[in-house]
Design a protein around this ligand. Sequence first.
Ligand SMILES: [Zn+2]
Length: 63
Amino acid sequence: MKQYDVKCPICGHVNHNLYLEETDGWMECEKCGSMTKSKQFGNTIRIPVFRMEEHCRPAKAHV
Ligand SMILES: [Zn+2]
């Protein structure tokens, strides 16, 4: 389960280690208590999956 750091758009407080995948992007700010849906979830924080088998061939030395 991935954890996210989300800045509250209401008060600017950064909430750490949120499980946004469980809440579908919603978080409750621990400082001001506002319920907000994170815009960055599902948008910017997507880890690209590399196809390792194409990149892990041993490099050949050109001698
Ligand atoms: Zn807040």
